[in-house]
Design a protein around this ligand. Sequence first.
Ligand SMILES: [Zn+2]
Ligand SMILES: [Zn+2]
Length: 196
Amino acid sequence: MLEWRLPASRACAAVRLDSYPMLMTAVDDRILNVADLIDRPGASRRLDLLLTALDDLQLQLAEVTGPLELSGVVESVVDGLLVRATLTAPLRMSCARCLVALTEPVETDVVELFAAADDPHAELEPGYTYANGVLDLDALLRDALVPAVPLRSLCTEDCRGLCPECGSDRNESVCGCMENTTDSRWAALEGLRLPD
Ligand SMILES: [Zn+2]
Ligand SMILES: [Zn+2]
């Protein structure tokens, strides 16, 4: 299995996409300022962030090629802060049959509760936490992205793949290898008749 390592680029800082007054603010890339939501059940902030790709995230057979997009809402609830958002990441993959490069975004929904790090109940139910008025999205993004990447992607549903004999792309040309192979290997079965 090939493994891709993301470039350690931090060129794209968190960006506010518009000036909606209730927009969540980011202290730093992937770190949200949630001080004004803590212990205020019912309060909420809209999330609309472009985040740098995770530096050391390793995905099998895929590579994140640009910033991650997270849009949704952070809500203050009795048990903590609830993040409900859609995560979109641009991916580069290869067709599982013909190996042609594919670039397509992957999208996944995220619904996760963050509890106060000093909440005694947080020990009973290990999960995401926030502390000191900030919430770090790093672990959430990793956990959400890895299972969202398709294990196997195809350029088209009926991709004909590479010829196992000569390696030519059978979507582009007909090499004729398979016809010869079929003739020689299965000739003995030609006259075989199975009982009905
Ligand atoms: Zn293909
Ligand atoms: Zn061939």
